[in-house]
Each structure stands twice: as structure tokens, then as C-alpha cells.
Design a protein around this ligand. Structure first.
Ligand code: NAD
Length: 357
């Protein structure tokens, strides 16, 4: 076995159904007694329900979280937290709300508790993406890792099937890229394979029975493990392309992941044999890219970047951005290879591994 480093997982995790009832004891364990609840405007009712549950422990709710964590929103939340003398924050929602919690924690040092409602996995990472003056910067900062993550399966029952599918594929992408990460380690690879297995069996069931707690628990379990992969090892070409497309064309986050994953896996396959073998071991299929494409099709996920609003003229610009400050990738990527991969994904064609770098 090769030499490796496995950094461990600093967050405390409480997992199950009804686990939101445990927030008071988790706050007490942190030495906290004044929580500011964070959510998006769409989740105000959930934020109120939690505030009611917490009684005097909740000193207020800030319900203005939006995608891409704009610094101006964060500054309003920080001022609100200070005015209320909050001693911790509780983010309830998906990656947008969790991003706000991290940004507030960075500026105030307040510990964060998180109740995730999607499968995006941000709660398990030290990654913070923030937007200011139209530019998104993404950093890895150990101090933004949430301290306590409370996975309450009940909160995911309302996630609509279409969002569940693409959010689940977003999680799957973390696990897939972990399998061929430059700094992969055996423990993270084990988590990745288990995540793919859990998501692989649960997501089609979620589509059929979105309010079934058992299948939702398995999907959330897979998402947790995939989030640990994202938070532990470096991501490669797939995440780079998704960040470029989100930033340059404002494409929807999870849907973009869903379209691109089979294409990037097809491209990387010749240089990632162990990873692709693990994927087919779990998902079946003639090869990893085909298995991923068929899986996404089964979930009814979008196939083409053009259907997500990407202009065809944007392909060249995106290819330039992908190779500029590229992430490490198991197979070298030049501008032409990136352009051809993006063209196929734009048109919704089948993934192919014979694109030459
Ligand atoms: P999101 O938080 O924007 O939520 C997506 C949509 O689903 C929203 O409309 C939301 O209201 C709705 N929703 C969420 N949970 C719901 C529920 N249980 N029931 C009903 N509706 C629900 O999207 P996301 O995909 O969770 O996160 C995407 C954002 O997170 C992006 O900005 C991305 O960059 C960021 N992200 C960051 C990291 C990281 O490690 N920093 C990781 C993954 C994603």
C-alpha cells in the first residue's frame, strides 16, 4: 500500500429521523445559548418552525440567503448576528444557506450548526465560495467547517423529485472525482464507493417514493459520505468545469453537475482505471461513463448544457477558462480537448473517451 495522508473528519454528525429535536443538547455541548437561524426566503416557514422548537435559545432568524453567497448579504447577516449577540448560527437549507453560515462564521468566529436539506454536501467541507462585484472566489479555509451537522431525514422529504435527482448527482460527482483524486487515500476511496452504492440504489427509489423515510435516509447517507469525499480530497476536471460554467453563465449548480459527469468520466477513463472499475462494480453497465449516463437518464436528469441556458458561443470561452488555472486532473487537458468535451455536453451527445488531449 502506498504512503498516504488521511486528515480525518472534524464535524460531529447526528443522523436520523427527528434529529432536529437534538439541537438544544448540541448547542449546550458547544457552550452556546443564543442561536441565529439562517435560511433562504423560500424556507422561512422551516426557519420559524425551528425557532419555535428552540424557544428562548433562538434569538432571531435571518432568511435572506441566496445562491453564490454575495458578500453584501453576508455583511447584513453579520450585523444582525452582532446586534442580537448571537453565540452560534444554525443554517437550515441547501448549499446556498450553508454558504451563508460559513461566510458569517468566517467573519465572526461563531460556531455553526447545520441542518442540510439537499444532497450538495457543503456542510462537510472547508470550502467557501463567495461573490463580490460579479466575481466568485472559492477558498478552502479550515475555520469555515461547521462544528455540528444534524442530518434530519424528515427535512429532506419535501425536496422535489427533480431537485432530489440532480442534487443526488451532484453528490455522486464528489464521490466519483474522489476515486481518482491526486491525494486520494484508501479510507476516502472506501467512503466514495459506499456513497456511489447508496446513491445508486436510493435515488431511483426517491424518484418513485419521495416521502419514504427509508429511501430518503439512504440517499442522505450517501450524500453525507460524498460530502466527506469533497471535504477531504481535491476535485478535478469535472468540478473545474462546473465552477467555470456556474461563474461565467450562471448555470444552475446541480443540473450542470448532472449533465457533465458522464462526459468527464469518459474523458478521464483511460487514466483512471481503478476509479472506473469501482464505478462499474457498483452501478453495473459496460463502462463507467455509460453507466453514469444511463443512471442520470433513469432519474430524468437534463442531458444537455444548451437546455440549461448555456449559449453555443460560450463553448470557446468556457474552454479557455477551464484550462486557465486548471485543477489537477488524472488525464492532461488542453483547450481543444476541453472544447470538444464541452461541445458534446452542450449538445447532449453521448459521452466519449476518444477525445485526444
Ligand atoms: P440550494 O441551497 O440553492 O437549494 C436548491 C433549491 O432547493 C432551492 O430552491 C431550495 O429552496 C430548494 N430546497 C432545498 N431543500 C429543500 C427541501 N428539503 N424541500 C424543498 N425544497 C428545498 O442548492 P444546493 O444545490 O443545495 O446548493 C448549491 C450551492 O451550494 C451552490 O452555490 C454551490 O456552489 C454551493 N455548494 C458549495 C459547496 C461547498 O463545499 N462549499 C458544496 C456543494 C455546493
Amino acid at each position: 500500500m502506498d504512503t498516504f495522508v488521511h486528515p480525518g473528519f472534524p464535524a460531529r454528525v447526528v443522523f436520523g429521523s427527528g434529529t432536529r429535536e437534538r439541537i438544544p443538547e448540541e448547542m449546550a455541548a458547544l457552550g452556546c445559548g443564543r442561536v441565529l437561524v439562517l435560511s433562504t426566503p423560500g424556507k422561512t416557514a422551516r426557519a420559524s418552525e425551528l425557532s419555535d422548537l428552540l424557544g428562548d435559545l433562538a434569538v432571531g432568524a435571518f432568511t435572506e440567503a441566496v445562491p453564490h453567497t454575495p458578500v453584501a448579504t453576508t455583511e447584513r447577516a453579520v450585523a444582525f448576528a452582532r446586534a442580537l449577540e448571537a453565540d452560534c448560527v444554525l443554517a437550515v437549507g441547501g448549499g446556498s444557506t450553508i454558504g451563508l453560515g460559513k461566510a458569517v462564521a468566517l467573519r465572526t468566529g461563531l460556531p455553526q450548526l447545520v441542518l442540510p436539506m439537499t444532497y450538495a454536501g457543503s456542510e462537510m467541507t472547508p470550502i467557501l465560495g463567495e461573490t463580490s462585484e460579479g466575481r466568485k472566489t472559492t477558498r478552502r479555509l479550515p475555520e469555515v467547517r461547521p462544528r455540528v451537522v444534524i442530518y434530519d431525514v424528515d427535512l429532506t422529504l419535501t425536496l422535489p423529485p427533480a431537485i432530489s435527482a440532480v442534487s443526488g448527482l451532484n453528490a455522486l460527482a464528489h464521490a466519483v472525482e474522489a476515486l481518482y483524486a491526486q491525494d486520494r487515500d484508501p479510507v476516502t476511496s472506501l467512503l466514495a464507493e459506499t456513497a456511489i452504492s447508496a446513491l445508486g440504489s436510493a435515488l431511483p427509489e426517491v424518484a418513485l417514493r419521495p416521502r419514504d423515510t427509508r429511501v430518503r435516509a439512504e440517499a442522505l447517507y450517501g450524500a453525507w459520505l460524498a460530502g466527506m469525499c469533497l471535504g477531504t480530497v481535491g476535485m478535478a476536471l469535472h468540478h473545474k468545469i462546473c465552477h467555470v460554467l456556474g461563474g461565467a453563465f450562471d448555470l444552475p449548480h446541480a443540473e450542470t453537475h448532472a449533465v457533465l459527469l458522464p462526459h468527464v468520466v469518459a474523458y478521464n477513463a483511460p487514466a483512471a482505471e481503478q476509479a472506473t472499475a469501482a464505478i462499474t462494480r457498483v452501478l453495473g453497465g459496460p463502462d463507467a461513463a455509460t453507466a453514469l449516463r444511463e443512471f442520470a437518464d433513469r432519474l430524468g436528469a437534463p442531458r444537455a448544457l444548451r437546455d440549461l441556458g448555456m449559449p453555443e458561443e460560450g463553448i470557446d470561452q468556457a474552454a479557455d477558462l477551464v484550462v486557465r488555472q486548471a485543477y489537477w486532473n488524472p488525464r492532461p487537458v488542453d483547450r481543444e480537448a476541453a472544447r470538444r468535451l464541452l461541445s458534446r455536453a452542450w449538445a447532449g451527445e453521448a459521452p466519449r473517451s476518444d477525445i485526444e488531449p
